[in-house]
Ligand binder design. Structure first.
Ligand code: SF4
Ligand code: SF4
Length: 373
């Protein structure tokens, strides 16, 4: 296993972290239950191979991930860094930080948490929850008391917001999205490192989407075994990534990810360029130039135009066929979802008049339904 300094925290973390958000589950009497034995076996195997960072959260796996991770930590607690997250969206008053922390310590059955995150921070939540209820004060107190070792945040917002949060000066590490398909945070991650924060990334294999593509691995002409291998190597090559959390759901995934992380060789400049040119070339030929600006919305018939085009691009450019088809079937599939698929288009032409990209939306929707429907 390879290790990297985790910012200025004084901790060295394994390149691959165990994301405990997709542990195997089964339905028993209509309720989801994590398959404990199988999960613990996977986690221990990863620990034995040198993975020393495990990440969970309050609500993962129907609220059971923390309990199972806690059981897996028995005998490993002093060798592994534990990361979990406080559900900021459930906070209603000052004191809730402490209430959740105590509940989570209990669920995990540990004395302390190494990296305790404010889960899913964005600008709005920072202002209306963290500052409003003075949670940073509670975080400092918890750290002074040794209940948490480091104050961290996970992040879902625009990169400039990440920089502003870093400048608050209290956070020691950040967890954000980064992969071959989504490089939006690249510059903010560099900023985080420059300011001494550890950077953990989630979704290195695109939340499992990239695993299903056999197209992208062709970018390097057969020099990688699989698209997930390419995706992980791409993420590890960025020196600003300290640890990449992969949500592992079975032993095959654990073995494959550990293999790539242990034998990791950075992609060369030429290889990175070859990947970019490969994607650009495919985009030029097949991409629908939709920018998701939503000027065409709302469609009077609720057709989910930008979402359908996004899925078509996943299908054609990145070869994510199964993922795109599945997501397309999900559009409007439950009664609360008012979005409709492409076949609900009545060809009124309103959207085409509004689209700054001049996309022939009606025609493209028909194609999309033929392919994804
Ligand atoms: S043409 Fe179709 S997709 Fe466009 S606004 Fe009319 S119904 Fe909606
Ligand atoms: S207006 Fe055009 S570019 Fe904007 S979301 Fe609609 S289809 Fe895409």
């Amino acid at each position: 296993m390879r290790y990297r300094e985790f910012g200025n925290t004084g901790v060295k973390v394994s390149l691959l972290g165990f994301g405990a958000m997709r542990l195997p589950e089964e339905k028993v009497n209509g309720e989801y239950r994590v398959k404990e034995e199988e999960s613990i076996e996977m986690i221990h195997w990863a620990f034995e191979k040198g993975v020393n960072y495990i990440d969970t959260a309050y609500g993962y796996c129907h609220h059971q991930s923390e309990i199972v991770v806690g059981k897996a930590l028995k005998g490993w607690r002093d060798k592994v860094y534990l990361s979990t997250k406080m559900p900021t969206w459930l906070v209603e008053k000052t004191g809730d930080y402490r209430r959740f922390l105590e509940e989570q310590l209990k669920k995990l059955d540990v004395e302390y948490i190494d990296f305790y995150h404010f889960h899913g921070l964005n600008e709005e939540r920072f202002k209306n929850v963290v500052l409003k209820y003075d949670l940073l004060k509670e975080a400092r107190k918890a750290k002074e008391e040794g209940l948490i070792k480091h104050i961290s945040f996970s992040f879902h917002d625009r990169p400039e917001v990440m920089k502003r949060l870093i400048d608050v000066g209290i956070f020691e590490s950040v967890l954000c999205q980064y992969n071959l398909l989504d490089r939006t945070n690249e510059e903010a991650m560099a900023y985080a490192r420059q300011k001494g924060l550890g950077v953990a990334v989630m979704g290195p294999v695109g939340g499992g989407r990239l695993a299903a593509s056999d197209v992208l691995k062709e970018a390097l002409g057969g020099r990688v075994r699989s698209t997930p291998e390419l995706a992980l190597r791409f993420v590890f090559t960025n020196k600003n990534v300290c640890v990449a959390l992969s949500g592992m759901e079975n032993m095959n995934m654990v073995e494959e990810n550990v293999r790539v992380a242990s034998s990791f060789k950075p992609l060369t400049e030429q290889e990175l360029q070859a990947i970019d040119s490969f994607i650009e070339e495919r985009k030029k030929k097949q991409e629908i130039p939709c920018t998701s600006c939503e000027y065409c919305m709302p469609c009077p018939n609720n057709v989910a135009i930008p979402e359908i085009f996004r899925l078509m691009n996943y299908y054609t450019v990145y070869g994510l066929r199964e993922y795109a088809r599945r997501q397309y079937q999900n559009i409007g599939s439950d009664e609360k979802d008012e979005r409709r698929r492409a076949d609900a288009c009545v060809e009124c032409g309103r959207c085409e008049e509004l689209c700054p990209q001049k996309i022939k939306i009606i025609e493209r929707l028909k194609e999309a339904h033929k392919i994804l429907g």
